[in-house]
Ligand binder design. Structure first.
Ligand code: 37G
Length: 229
């Protein structure tokens, strides 16, 4: 049974998740008609930069996050940015969001200089998220839980992060039982996606390396969050 306090926590997270989104004019750029690998890379870089800004604003609304040690706040954001962006772009694909321009986004990702070996795990993840048909409460909580992962590199006070993540996991567990009564293992399937996300981190690091080897430039914000250049 979800308590009043848990319902309040969920409302804060979902409101923050819905409030912070990529601006329409940025998302609409995906519809531009240039489809060169160069143009695709530039557009995806713009989307990622905008999504990181959205992510920072969302994270600041997670109860307790701003009370964490400042270096740990940075370590959590840097450690979770790629995973949170895989989650967000996965929702754009699975929900066929109007401004997500699903087909266009897929086309641009497939033709942006990412080597074949990363396409398969990436689009398998998108498919596995789509099959879960998550409601927005589950999406928002899963994103907050991903950000509040205690064992990111360089996090000093892991216990403080666990104390924030645990209540989120408990709310998500109860929500899954309520939303998917016919599927008792649904919560476990959601957590399984978090494990899959971690493997995508490794692929992503290699994607960055190969882009940089081909002299692709990132924005200052992405360089800072991904420790490149
Ligand atoms: C630097 C570039 C080349 C890069 O490097 N790795 C990745 C990358 C890739 Cl290629 C895949 C997964 C994760 C990352 Cl970081 C990327 C591109 O990342 C993104 C991030 C986020 C969106 C994204 C988000 C929201 C929405 C949205 C809505 O909310 O309405 C509508 N359209 C959206 C698009 C797209 C692409």
């Amino acid at each position: 049974e979800i308590t009043k306090a848990q319902r309040a926590l969920m409302k804060v997270i979902v409101d923050a998740y819905n409030r912070h989104k990529i601006p329409q004019d940025v998302a609409k750029k995906l519809l531009q008609d240039q489809y060169s690998a160069e143009e695709n890379f530039l557009l995806l870089t713009e989307m990622a930069t905008s999504q990181v800004q959205v992510l920072v604003e969302f994270t600041k609304n997670i109860p307790g996050f701003l009370s964490l040690n400042h270096e740990d706040q940075i370590a959590l954001l840097k450690g979770s940015a790629v995973e949170a962006m895989f989650l967000r772009s996965a929702q754009v694909f699975s929900q066929k969001m109007p401004n997500g321009h699903t087909e266009v986004l897929e086309e641009r990702i497939r033709k942006s200089g990412i080597s074949e070996e990363f396409m398969t795990p990436m689009f398998n993840f998108y498919k596995s998220i789509g099959e879960l048909h998550m409601i927005e409460e589950e999406q928002a909580l899963l994103t907050a839980i991903t950000i509040l992962t205690p064992d990111r590199p360089f996090v000093k006070d892991q216990q403080a992060v666990e104390r924030l993540q645990e209540p989120m996991l408990e709310v998500l567990r109860k929500l899954c039982v309520l939303q998917h009564p016919q599927e008792p293992q649904y919560f476990a399937r959601l957590l399984g996606r978090l494990t899959e996300l971690r493997t995508l981190n490794h692929y992503h690091a290699e994607m960055l390396t190969s882009w940089r080897m081909n002299d692709h430039k990132f924005t200052p914000l992405l360089c800072e969050i991904w420790d490149v250049q």
